[in-house]
Design a protein around this ligand. Structure first.
Ligand code: PRP
Ligand code: URA
Length: 209
């Protein structure tokens, strides 16, 4: 069973509450998503391995800690994943990026793929898949399937809101992939939306309907 980490930092919780508010503007929603992604990125990368590098400060030589291994891959599940991706790239500018284009069929709630592009040598890198919403988990599980087909072995999934039903479905399909989220909400409604939730993340980010 994959581990679930709820990022309960007060700044994350405060920003998330403003994002949930239906009166928050498109511009405000986008800004907050970018800000919150920095804090979530901090948590999801907390236990990255370090090595040391010999450097010279103006005072003396030292073995300074630096990140070990190959550059990370951030995998954005389009479209709303891009809202998290941008802030994460601010924090880890050298990360490689994969794009997984998926949308939910509104009737069946199945994830329909329309685009996929990932870096080579995925098998040697930590891959962090990002999407603000884990609802039925159809999108996230399909995205992780694709990343695994590309060779990814070490994957984490980062979202903003998760439904209990989505967490259970995700863990069933991908027990090896830890989940990081800012909150676990009550449930899914009959239309597959998270409640209380924040509505449709992509629409709120981009001002579409
Ligand atoms: C939203 C969201 C997730 C998905 C979650 O995407 O960004 O990708 O729904 O729902 P699920 O867990 O039930 O699959 P949407 O299909 O609305 O596409 P968009 O990001 O392009 O707006
Ligand atoms: N996708 C969203 O954007 N919001 C939900 O509540 C569920 C799926």
């Amino acid at each position: 069973m994959s581990h679930v980490t709820v990022v309960d930092h007060p700044l994350v919780q405060h920003k998330l509450s403003i994002m949930r508010d239906k009166d928050t503007s498109t511009r405000g929603f986008r800004t907050l998503l970018r800000e919150i992604s920095l804090l979530l990125c901090y948590e999801v990368t907390r236990n990255l391995e370090l090595t040391t590098k010999r450097i010279e400060t103006p005072m003396q030589e030292m073995d300074a800690p630096t990140l070990k291994g190959k550059k990370l891959v951030f995998a954005s599940i389009l479209r709303a994943g891009n809202g998290l991706l941008e802030g994460m790239l601010d924090l880890v500018p050298s990360a490689r990026v994969a794009h997984v284009g998926l949308y939910r069929d509104h009737d069946t709630l199945e994830a329909i793929e329309y685009y996929y592009k990932a870096p080579e040598d995925m098998s040697d890198r930590l891959v962090i898949a990002v999407d603000p919403m884990l609802a039925t988990a159809n999108s996230a599980t399909a995205a992780i399937d694709k990343l695994k087909q590309s060779g990814a072995k070490d994957i984490r999934f980062l979202c903003l809101l998760a439904a209990p039903e989505g967490i259970a479905a995700f863990q069933e399909q991908h027990p090896d992939v830890p989940i990081f989220t800012a909150a676990i909400d009550e449930r899914l409604n009959e239309q597959g939306y998270i409640v209380p939730g924040l509505g449709d993340a992509g629409d709120r980010m981009y001002g579409t309907k």
